[in-house]
Design a protein around this ligand. Structure first.
Ligand SMILES: NC(=O)c1ccc[n+]([C@@H]2O[C@H](COP(=O)([O-])OP(=O)(O)OC[C@H]3O[C@@H](n4cnc5c(N)ncnc54)[C@H](OP(=O)(O)O)[C@@H]3O)[C@@H](O)[C@H]2O)c1
Length: 357
């Protein structure tokens, strides 16, 4: 049983905690927060032991009537792995804490690649974390995760000569009141190419990829406009068959009438996904198109949740508790990853399960 602590219980941390609880080979030791707000109440209602992330602020929990299981040092000491889900930059500062107890730690995409021993994506480079010398691993950002999942199989099957991606990025997460309201379309970053391509290269170092970023007034998901020049010129059906084999890629069938990210999220909620989460890249089947050696497609990435299965796999990888295939299959089975449409007999459907089950 792998003992897991979660430090930082916001958008990513609360989902990681639920996903860990859904794994029979893992035990959630507890979660750490800085203050007794509504998310602290939700953690208590779920029965998660709650730890004070900043010991000097412990009294605030007591004054609010919330019983703490301890302070952050107690959580780190008891954990085999801490999943650090604190805001960008804080994880790096926490490395000393994890070193003190010789505890392995996973960080998120907001941390710099230089702050860790390895950057991780389950599909593309799982084994990088299975090394005794590795204590700190970064699960790359939502966009980098989505791109790595797509590029790895394309490169293996057809060879990628050049990938050019426009990332149309959501302005903020739905609960992120500090980012809005906005009414604009921003080149972001305005410098070209954007930092996303080099971030993909922390996972796939030899991939020739250029990215540009735009931010729009939306909260639900990102949209990637993808153009990949391949070494071989496959048919659209060959590309479709390849992508169908990947459990974390969902080909959105045209007959479903899903026209955008709003309807994708509605589909996720209607089919019982916890929080309406879409752990898979959502690729519009109709957008698949091949012109000579150039493949084009649109994919949407649910920024709040696509990294969650990757965090679960990174826990097994850093503990060397399973190989890539075994871990990804377990994670998919335990969470219900592998959303598929029943329409058109596309593939058999895995019924999504609530991560809290
Ligand atoms: N949201 C996304 O779309 C997304 C996607 C992929 C990766 N990421 C990455 O995941 C990481 C976390 O992002 P997030 O979106 O989950 O942020 P978030 O929603 O702001 O959650 C982080 C939480 O950490 C808590 N916190 C603040 N200071 C802390 C400290 N010193 N110690 C422990 N906890 C502290 C805050 O809650 P309290 O102060 O109330 O305790 C906050 O709610 C970042 O690296 C981000 O780049 C985010």
């Amino acid at each position: 049983m792998i003992k897991v602590g979660v430090n930082g219980y916001g958008t990513i941390g609360k989902r990681v905690a639920d996903a860990v609880r859904a794994q029979p080979d893992m035990k959630l030791v507890g979660v750490a927060k800085t203050r007794p707000n509504y998310e602290a109440e939700a953690a208590v209602r779920k029965g998660y032991p709650l730890y004070a992330a900043i010991p000097e602020k412990s009294d605030a929990f007591r004054n609010a009537g919330i019983d703490l299981a301890g302070e952050i040092d107690d959580l780190v000491m008891q954990s085999d792995v801490v999943v650090d889900c604190t805001p960008s930059g804080i994880g790096e500062q926490n490395r000393e804490l994890y070193r003190r107890y010789d505890t392995r730690a996973l960080f998120q995409g907001g941390e710099s690649a230089d702050a860790v021993d390895a950057s991780f994506n389950a599909r593309a480079n799982y084994d990088v974390a299975r090394n005794d010398d590795v204590q700190f691993v970064r699960v790359v950002s939502c966009n980098t995760t989505g791109l790595s999942r797509l590029m790895a199989p394309l490169d293996e099957a057809f060879g990628v000569e050049k990938a050019r991606i426009t990332l149309i990025r959501r302005g903020g997460d739905p609960a992120d009141a500090s980012r809005g309201p906005i009414n604009d379309i921003l080149p972001d970053p305005v410098t070209v190419p954007s930092h996303h391509g080099p971030d993909v290269n922390t996972i796939l170092p030899d991939l020739n990829i250029d990215t540009v970023g735009v931010k729009v007034p939306a909260t639900l998901m990102h949209l990637h406009s993808v153009n990949v020049t391949l070494s071989e010129a496959p048919s659209v059906d060959e590309v479709r068959d390849l992508l169908h084999e990947e459990s974390r890629l969902f080909l959105v069938p045209d007959i479903a009438g899903i026209g955008g990210t709003g309807q994708l999220k509605e589909f996720a909620m209607d089919t019982g996904r916890p929080r309406g989460d879409l752990w898979e890249n959502c690729i519009w089947d109709e957008s698949l198109s091949v012109e000579d050696n150039d493949l084009y497609l649109f994919q949407s990435i649910h920024q709040e949740s696509d990294v969650i299965p990757e965090n679960v796999d990174a826990i097994r990888a850093i503990m060397d508790a399973a190989d890539q295939q075994e871990s990804m299959e377990k994670t998919d089975e335990n969470l219900g990853v592998g959303l598929e449409s029943v329409f058109g007999g596309v593939r058999k459907r895995i019924t999504p399960r609530n991560a809290d089950d």
